[in-house]
Design a protein around this ligand. Structure first.
Ligand code: SAH
Length: 401
């Protein structure tokens, strides 16, 4: 078998079960592996460490499939890993909580680069590494069999594919007819998800339990939902008895879908307002009103769930300024006793850094705030202990005195 020989000292992270081998760690390539081909990762003296998928164009030159020398990387192995992933969700997500969930979360499910989201009877897959791309037909067939779905869509239209030397791909893979939006159910609420035209794979399923937490604290409050997308937090707030909900997003299409989601759940639309606007500008305008002493818009609960500001750790500084800005403005717009639900889905921003940014924002806004909840991505987005990079979503609920 073709092999990657590591430089002295670079076997450490592999021994600690981290699934990535960076190109800078490789001393020598033995044989000429094709993109995605299985190679043996070897210590400088040649001892076996792991089997991995080779990626010639990426800085992550190999993604580890298995540390077991007796393993054969092939259909039977993939089937076992997929089964484990599906069984895990079955065992931890109570029936009735949702029919939309992440079935496979890449590295943390032992399938580096594979993301599979289930929306009712449809799956949306992302092949984000050459390793899983090489096995795509086998994986698709096994996913059909294991999940019993009728349709599979692909949304491999993301930047990481480029680093892997792969073209963007999206469309319908399996199933008859033209791809159609799907209605999903989450905690008794219904949402329309468009797997092909929506953002990410269509819906932010990673926020499910955080939305539930927010809904449970919404009663009687004037709520501001920033970066509302298709209105999921807005719907939970209304279902939770919010007095009013104002939702902001820069996408008119998302807002149109959000309005429909409110109607779909037969919630009273009388105290619901939508703004197609830039959140930074809208919050500044609200702050100016408050500062001028006019009655001004103030709120009892604000959600900040922005898109990823930092794709990489290198962009963290610019991202940090963005987070600071919106959190500072939000703190200024909260009434005493108000709650801030603030999130970051940037992998490059750690929990600790995020908390510092929010602390700085509270200081500058001159509010006395305390954390009442630490929130993360849902349980269907597990994080392998050896792979902290798998934890990307962090949130804080702050209570303002
Ligand atoms: N909270 C949502 C997901 C938010 S995704 C949910 O639970 O479903 C981020 C959203 O921010 C996207 O809908 C995107 O259109 C919007 N967005 C990005 N930049 C923005 C900006 N500067 N102002 C307003 N909305 C923005």
């Amino acid at each position: 078998m073709k092999s990657l020989l590591l430089k002295p000292g670079r076997e450490r992270s592999v021994l600690m079960r981290h699934p990535w081998v960076f190109s800078g760690a490789i001393a020598q390539l033995q044989g000429q592996p094709e993109p995605g081909e299985t190679v043996a990762v070897r210590a400088p003296q040649g001892g076996f460490l792991a089997y991995a998928a080779y990626s010639p164009t990426s800085k992550i030159a190999a993604r580890i499939w298995s540390w077991d020398e007796n393993e054969t990387i092939g259909p039977e192995f993939l089937h076992r890993r997929l089964t484990e992933a599906v069984e895990l969700r079955k065992s931890i997500i109570p029936a009735g909580e949702t029919n939309a969930m992440r079935l496979v979360h890449g590295e943390s499910d032992g399938l580096p680069g594979l993301v599979v989201d289930r929306y009712a009877d449809a799956l949306v897959v992302q092949f984000l590494s050459v390793g899983v791309e090489r096995w795509r037909d086998v994986l698709l067939e096994q996913l059909m069999e294991l999940s019993g779905v009728r349709q599979i869509y692909e949304r491999s239209d993301v930047d990481v594919r480029v680093m892997e030397g792969l073209p963007a791909r999206e469309g319908s893979l399996v199933g008859a007819g033209s791809p159609a939006p799907v209605v999903i159910e989450e905690n008794g609420l219904a949402f329309l998800v468009d797997p092909l035209r929506g953002q990410k794979t269509g819906f932010y399923i990673d926020q499910r339990r955080n939305r539930q937490c927010m809904g449970s604290m919404s009663a009687g409050r004037d709520v501001l939902n920033c970066f509302c997308y298709t209105g999921a937090f807005s719907v939970y707030a209304l279902a939770g008895g919010a007095r009013s909900v104002l939702s902001i997003d820069s996408s008119g299409e998302a807002i149109a879908a959000a309005r429909e989601n409110v109607a779909r759940n037969k919630l009273d639309g009388a105290n619901v307002q939508w703004m197609e606007a830039d959140v930074f500008q809208a919050l500044r305008a609200f702050r100016d009103e408050v500062q001028e002493g006019a009655v001004g818009k103030r709120f009892d609960l604000i959600v900040l769930d922005p898109p990823k500001f930092a794709q990489t750790a290198a962009q963290a500084e610019r991202a940090a300024r963005g987070y600071k800005d919106i959190n500072l403005l939000a703190f200024k717009l909260l009434r005493p006793g108000g709650l801030l639900f603030t999130f970051s889905c940037s992998g490059g921003i750690s929990d600790e850094l995020f908390q510092k940014i929010v602390m700085g924002a509270a200081l500058d806004a001159r509010v006395d705030a305390k954390i009442i909840e630490h929130l993360h991505q849902g349980a269907d987005h597990p994080v392998a202990l050896a792979f902290p990079e798998g934890a990307y979503l962090k949130g804080l609920v702050c209570y303002v005195k």
